[in-house]
Design a binder for this molecule. Structure first.
Ligand code: KG4
Length: 359
């Protein structure tokens, strides 16, 4: 890692194909518990359809076997809807982009196999997309008649989801480096688990967010990690939350009911502080002032406010995705596929899904 500012590049251009025909990409996402399909024409989003899976709520977490079964049921109607809403016929597709990993293997296999079958039937190329790269490139999704500010290269992206917490140095849309990441739990995973021990629903993130708006963020203090570099750790916070709650429940069995807003606000505040401290240090060392956030946890109000606050205090230009592009969605897979299509970066039919992979 260098502390010199990397040379600037303009964002990738988003016009049509070399033969003058529009480039139409169908994106498919099935890495966890959302079945999603999206259509992008010449870099502009035409449709983005997602079927979420309520079946996991009863278990307080995603059950992989149930997730893959639900993907099987959802994939055909979701892809049909995406094409219909886009007003695009199958024959107009230039390529199919799909999430190849990381994710749950059984879930990935549904999207990967579907993409292979459809691409073979239509005789068009396939583009494999890294789910994490997709989250970062969600900032380049353009919608009709909308002028959205896109981050110039290089920028830093805080990628925070249920499975990842990373600081990514983005030099170009196809050149990214993870400069810090969690050594144990992800931020979203820690929030979801704390929410679970409080007996709240699943996923905990949006519930904690809602409750936190009415609570005092300084009411309780939980353990903060002390690890070198730009890496994160959230397992200590989770354990400290669990043990503190266990003690408080001994003296008041209704402690959660009486204090849930303060607990949520204090938990959110601690997570956001941990995330922003390292991000601030990385931005300062690399002299980068364009800072983006991505992934499911970027829907969090406290984190979004912290970004806006950093923009004011440190002169950052911040990039916060639309809510619909924070959690898993196929629009981010389709836009990544679009950029790869322009590079002729296709994958062979035998490309397997992978459950673990870095950027
Ligand atoms: O990116 P994502 O949809 O899936 C992956 O993990 O890849 O992220 C899901 C995570 C869950 O942990 C969920 O609780 C969290 O994002 N999340 C939130 C909020 N909305 C979703 N966390 C905090 N506040 C929110 N508003």
């Amino acid at each position: 890692m260098s502390d010199k500012e990397t040379s600037r590049q303009t964002p990738p251009s988003v016009d049509g194909g070399a033969d003058g025909k529009p480039v139409v990409i169908l994106g498919i996402e099935s890495s966890c518990d959302d079945t999603s399909a999206a259509v992008i024409r010449d870099g502009v989003l035409l449709s983005n359809v997602t079927a979420s899976q309520a079946v996991h709520e009863a278990y307080g977490g995603v059950v992989p076997e149930l997730a893959s079964r639900a993907h099987q049921q959802n994939i055909v109607p979701v892809v049909d809807q995406a094409l219909k809403r886009a007003g695009v016929a199958r024959e107009e597709l230039s390529a199919i982009a799909f999430t190849r990993g990381p994710g749950l293997m059984g879930s990935l296999l549904v999207g990967v196999s579907f993409a292979k079958g459809m691409a073979a039937a239509l005789g068009i190329p396939m583009i494999d997309v890294n789910h994490l790269q997709g989250h970062v490139l969600a900032h380049f999704i353009r919608e009709k008649e909308q002028v959205q500010q896109q981050p110039p290269f290089p920028f830093l992206c805080l990628l925070v989801s249920g499975g990842n917490s990373q600081i990514v140095l983005v030099r170009a849309y196809n050149d990214m480096e993870i400069i810090g990441q969690t050594i144990d739990d992800a931020a979203g995973e820690a929030i979801d688990k704390c929410s679970k021990v409080m007996g709240l629903g699943y996923p905990g993130g949006p519930i904690i967010d809602r409750l936190a708006r009415q609570g005092n963020p300084e009411a309780y203090h939980f353990a903060r990690p002390s690890i070198p570099g730009y890496d994160y750790s959230f397992s200590g916070l989770k354990t400290s939350f669990l043990y503190s709650l266990r003690d408080w429940l001994l003296s008041d069995p209704d402690f959660v009911e009486h204090h849930k807003a303060d607990l949520a606000a204090s938990l959110e505040h601690t997570v956001v502080d941990i995330l922003m401290n390292k991000l601030r240090r990385a931005a300062k060392a690399l002299k980068i002032k364009h800072v983006a956030v991505a992934g499911g946890v970027s829907a969090n109000t406290g984190l979004r406010n912290a970004f806006l606050d950093h923009a004011r205090r440190f002169g950052w230009t911040v990039y916060i995705p639309k809510f619909g592009f924070t959690t898993d969605n196929a629009a981010m897979i389709a836009i990544t596929g679009y950029f790869k299509y322009r590079d002729h970066d296709f994958c062979p039919m035998e490309a397997p899904a992978y459950s673990r992979v870095a950027l």
